[in-house]
Design a protein. Structure first.
Length: 323
C-alpha cells in the first residue's frame, strides 16, 4: 500500500460528499492521479461499505448515494464550526427542531479535534437564539428534501395551501430556500403557471422529487433574497397605506428596518414613496410611526382604520409627554 493512498482516499470521499456527481476525469484531476487509480480507490470505498454508484459512457460518473447508515462525514475546520453555529441558532429558531439540533450538536462536539474545542466553547458560551413565539415550525426532513432538489436541479411536486386556504398541486423548478421574517420560503419557477413563485414551506405538503433534471433559469433579481423581499414589498394585503416622504429613498432605507424597505422608491430629488401593506392595521401603523420618527415631513394616503389609529397614537403620545 502506498503511503499516500489513505490520505488520497479520504480526499476522494470528501469530494464525493461535496457534490451530487463527479466524472472520473474530474476526480483524477482533483486527486492528481490516473483514471485507473480512481477506479481502484472507488472499489476500495465500496469494500468499506460506502455506497458509491458508477455509470459508464461519455456522461458517466460517480456518486455517493444514500445508504442504510450515515457514513462518516469529512469536514474541514471552517465547515465544522459553521455547522456548530447553525445547530446552536437552529435550536432556538422558529425554523428548526430544538431537540434534534441539540442532539446533533452533542455528537459533533464529541468528535471534534481538540484544537477546535476552544472555538466551539466560545460559540456555545456566548450564543443564545431567542425563539420567535407563535410562528410556524418547519419539518427538518422537508427542508432537507427541498434543499436537495434545489442543489441537484430536480423538478419538485407538492400540495400547497394558499393564504386563504385554497388547495392546489404544484410542479416547480426549485431555486433556493430563503428565510424571511422568521419563516422559511421556497423560491421556484412554477411550470404550470410559467412564472416565478414563492411558497411558504409550512403550507407545503407531501413534497416529492420527480428525478427529472432541469437547467436553471435566470433569476428576475440579483439574488433570491432580493426577489423574495421585493415580492413581499409589492404584495397587497387587507390594509395598505402609501407615504410620500420628503427624504430620499436611500435615507429612508438606512433609517428603518423591515420588509417595507424594499417598497421604497425615489419620486424626485430628496423625495420618495413608501408603500406599506399588511393584514393587521396595527402593523401598518407601526411602520408609519417608524418612518415618521426619521423626522422628515410626509403626506399619507390610507384607509380610515389606519388614520384613526394614528390619531389615537398621536393623542396618547401628547398626553404622555405632558403637553
Amino acid at each position: 500500500m502506498s503511503k499516500d493512498m489513505p490520505g488520497r482516499m479520504l480526499r476522494l470521499l470528501s469530494l464525493l460528499q461535496s457534490r451530487r456527481e463527479w466524472s472520473g476525469t474530474e476526480l483524477a484531476e482533483r486527486l492528481g492521479v490516473t483514471g485507473r487509480t480512481v477506479r481502484r480507490d472507488i472499489d476500495r470505498l465500496r469494500a468499506l461499505d460506502y455506497p458509491v454508484d458508477g455509470t459508464t459512457g461519455t456522461a458517466g460518473g460517480y456518486r455517493l448515494r444514500s445508504g442504510r447508515n450515515i457514513p462518516p462525514l469529512l469536514l474541514d475546520d471552517e465547515e465544522a464550526i459553521a455547522i456548530a453555529i447553525g445547530l446552536v441558532t437552529a435550536a432556538g429558531s422558529t425554523a428548526g427542531a430544538p431537540d434534534s439540533s441539540m442532539r446533533a450538536f452533542a455528537k459533533l462536539e464529541q468528535v471534534l479535534p481538540a484544537r477546535l474545542r476552544p472555538r466551539l466553547a466560545a460559540i456555545t458560551g456566548t450564543t443564545t437564539a431567542i425563539p420567535n413565539q407563535g410562528l410556524p415550525q418547519v419539518d427538518p426532513p422537508t427542508l432537507a428534501l427541498l434543499a436537495a432538489c434545489c442543489r441537484d436541479q430536480e423538478v419538485l411536486s407538492f400540495d400547497y395551501r394558499s393564504r386563504d386556504g385554497s388547495p392546489s398541486t404544484r410542479r416547480v423548478e426549485p431555486r433556493e430556500l430563503v428565510t424571511f421574517g422568521g419563516r422559511w420560503y421556497l423560491l421556484a419557477f412554477d411550470l404550470d403557471r410559467d412564472d416565478w413563485r414563492t411558497f411558504r414551506i409550512d403550507r407545503l405538503e407531501r413534497p416529492l422529487a420527480t428525478h427529472r433534471r432541469f437547467s436553471p433559469r435566470e433569476l428576475p433579481a440579483e439574488t433570491a433574497a432580493d426577489y423574495v423581499a421585493t415580492v413581499f414589498a409589492r404584495a397587497s394585503y387587507r390594509y395598505t397605506a402609501v407615504m410620500a416622504v420628503r427624504m430620499s429613498a436611500e435615507a429612508v432605507r438606512a433609517g428603518v428596518f423591515g420588509p417595507f424597505r424594499w417598497g421604497v422608491a425615489d419620486t424626485g430629488p430628496g423625495e420618495c414613496s413608501v408603500r406599506l401593506s399588511a393584514d393587521s392595521p396595527e402593523l401598518v401603523v407601526q411602520h408609519i410611526a417608524a418612518i415618521a420618527a426619521l423626522g422628515a415631513g410626509f403626506t399619507l394616503d390610507a384607509p380610515a382604520e389606519i388614520t384613526d389609529r394614528l390619531r389615537s397614537l398621536g393623542a396618547n403620545l401628547m398626553s404622555s409627554s405632558g403637553t
